[in-house]
Design a protein around this ligand. Sequence first.
Ligand SMILES: Cc1cc2nc3c(=O)[nH]c(=O)nc-3n(C[C@H](O)[C@H](O)[C@H](O)COP(=O)(O)O)c2cc1C
Length: 276
Amino acid sequence: MAHLPTCLDDFEKHAWKVLPPAHFGYYYSGADAETTLARNKAAYDRLLIRPKILVDVSRVTTETTILGQKISTPICVAPTAFQGMAHEDGEKATARACAFAKTVYCMATYSNTSIEDAYKAAQAASKDGDPMHWFQLYVETDRDGTKKLVQRAEKAGYKALVITVDRPRLGRRLADLRNAFKLPRHLTLANFIDPNFIDPNALNRTGAGAYAGGAIDASLSWSDIAWFKSITRLPILIKGVFRSDDARLAVEHGVDGIIVSNHGGRQLDGCPATVS
Ligand SMILES: Cc1cc2nc3c(=O)[nH]c(=O)nc-3n(C[C@H](O)[C@H](O)[C@H](O)COP(=O)(O)O)c2cc1C
């Protein structure tokens, strides 16, 4: 590479050059015609900043609090699966970077690093040994396995449970279907070490089906929040909220926070941009 990557666009160009097309496609693509993905990007470009001048900004801080805990910036890292395809350190590197920057790392269920190993990597990189890790959960039909994952995250030191609720079915990502995307053989779904929990067929699936560790629980509904509250003391956030009526329902069901998201346009195409 001629120069060091210094912004996201540089990293994207670099990734395009060094990653196998199927892996780049997995990271890069959205669902169906990718109109939501395109709208997400365009909506950011439409945002305008009107700077106020001649204000003393020689001492400023971006520090804030989230769920009652201090972080250095309101920018947190969203859960993204399969980071091991980009670098051998995978999620450990992201965990370390977030701990060093003192912001939230939300670790994905479908990580190539285990819940415990990512947390230990972050602890070693943090100044106070107390990284702000959250755990993102995909709810699958094996509720006992789901419960074990949640309780492992709580035991390891994670500070919140983020339940992704916009995946009753997998998004139809055309790039993955065209590339017959599969997790490379040297990587695993590291959180599913219990062979009774993994659907053994999942590892042989290609395309959209390759994401599933087990079978998606499409029956997930508001009434399940009470069950989650009964199995963990962690604050519960739901990720993938889009409508104000759903936000109100979240409050009514005692959810501690919502994450407004269209999953980066990777689930349902045709949604408005998240930032709008
Ligand atoms: C490569 C990739 C993998 C992702 N994996 C997950 C995942 O495993 N779980 C999840 O809840 N969201 C996942 N997401 C979605 C992100 O967490 C996030 O919602 C999205 O990138 C930004 O869109 P938003 O602003 O609408 O949230 C993934 C996104 C990308 C780009």
